[in-house]
Design a protein around this ligand. Structure first.
Ligand SMILES: Nc1ncnc2c1ncn2[C@@H]1O[C@H](COP(=O)(O)OP(=O)(O)OP(=O)(O)O)[C@@H](O)[C@H]1O
Ligand SMILES: [Mg+2]
Length: 370
């Protein structure tokens, strides 16, 4: 709690991006007014589609690119004129490979030696870093004699070995298969927590971002669409892009009929009127995208229990082991998905069945038209 009080009174957070703009060609901005405050020890992820500006932000933080406008502050000091090697940041970039002519140990020792650390300290820290990524047996090998996953673990160890306060990682798990990738997500997260380092992490994999982050900045087209905790992004997406990008999402388009602070009525093209939670609509007459999570849909709800109850026709039932996906035709959509856990008592549905489905107002968010 003290930390919170301190940060509230402190004029500067650990890292501050202050209205950063970036253009490579002097005409188009690929980062548009990026603002973010990061507290010490936070795990921040930049998440977004390809080309949305994530790596550009990381490159500016590292010092390999300069902002066209604005500045970045580290510990309260502007860093625009500080060269990369003076920033004291640990890096795992895809194009920032291990030194091929050095062994794993030599690769890890390098950032310590350039900091003039004593030989015995170097040995101690290299050993600890190798243990941390579970590669103690591989210290004498050259990178070429390691698997892709092992090389990436060495790169992670090298970024952390000199105990930087800030670490940047750009798609560090990109080359790994699914199992190793998931294992490494937890490993990096635990190491980051144990060491208390601040992390800025880039990925375009939403489940990776949800697993690892304290907060996630969702990027699109050089603009942060929403900066929030994983839970908030999933439960309360601020707009249609975020709702679509994070998790699965049923979308219904309609016309706002009426609107007050707490609820709105939206009419979909087949005439059904849906009661929703107004999030990103302004007035009656607006076009809205209604967003509904598939696991929040109730099959055969008690009459009167929910404001939204509609007849639906089962089009397809897919068995997925731990859950069932039922595609139904409802409210002008035949792509409407319901997820039900495969637990005792789940409804036995068949193609062609007529059922009723319902959802609460809170679970139905009226977002922008896009
Ligand atoms: N060195 C460069 N010179 C010119 N344009 C660049 C350069 N680097 C990136 N861009 C452009 O800037 C935009 C943002 O690129 P950036 O690499 O930051 O995206 P990204 O979000 O990291 O994408 P990805 O997920 O594909 O890695 C893209 O349109 C890209 O083509
Ligand atoms: Mg990138």
């Amino acid at each position: 709690m003290q930390q919170d009080e301190y940060s509230k009174d402190s004029p500067f957070p650990f890292v501050k991006f202050d209205n950063i703009q970036k253009s490579y060609d002097g005409r188009t901005l690929v980062v548009k007014g990026f603002e973010m405050d990061i507290e010490q020890g936070e795990f921040i992820t930049l998440l977004g589609p390809s080309g949305s500006g994530k790596s550009t932000v990381l490159m500016m933080m590292a010092g390999f690119e300069q902002p066209t406008h604005g500045d970045i502050f580290l510990n309260g000091n502007p860093i625009k004129t500080l060269p990369p090697h003076k920033r004291g940041i640990g890096l795992v970039f895809q194009n920032y490979a291990l030194f091929p002519h050095m062994t794993v140990e030599e690769n890890l020792a390098f950032p310590l030696q350039v900091r003039n650390m004593s030989k015995s300290d170097v040995e101690k820290k290299v050993k600890r870093a190798l243990d941390m990524v579970r590669l103690s047996e591989f210290g004498h090998r050259r990178p070429a004699h390691l698997s892709g996953g092992q090389q990436q673990r060495v790169a992670v160890a090298r970024a952390l070995v000199f105990e930087p306060e800030l670490v940047l990682m750009d798609e560090p798990l990109g080359a790994l298969d699914k199992n190793l990738r998931e294992e490494m997500q937890y490993e990096i997260k635990h190491i980051q927590e144990d060491l208390g380092v601040t992390m800025i992490y880039v990925t375009h994999d939403q489940s990776e971002a949800l697993t690892m982050s304290d907060r996630i900045a969702v990027f699109n087209d050089g603009i942060v669409q929403q900066l929030a905790t994983p839970e908030e992004l999933y439960e309360r997406p601020a707009n249609a892009f975020v709702a679509q990008f994070i998790g699965e999402n049923n979308r219904l388009k309609g016309n706002v009929l009426s609107l007050d602070d707490n609820h709105c009525k939206v009419q979909v093209p087949n005439g059904d009127i849906i009661t929703a939670n107004p999030v990103a609509v302004n007035k009656a007459g607006d076009i809205s995208t209604l967003s509904l999570r598939p696991e929040r849909i109730v099959i055969n709800p008690a009459q009167g229990g929910l404001p939204n109850i509609f007849d639906a026709k089962v089009e397809e039932v897919i068995y997925l082991g731990d859950h069932l996906r039922t595609r139904v035709k409802v409210c002008d959509s035949d792509e409407f998905i319901i997820k039900t856990p495969n637990a005792e008592g789940h409804p036995d549905l068949r193609r062609g069945d007529m059922i009723s489905i319902g959802w609460s107002q809170d679970d139905c968010r009226a977002l922008d038209a896009s």
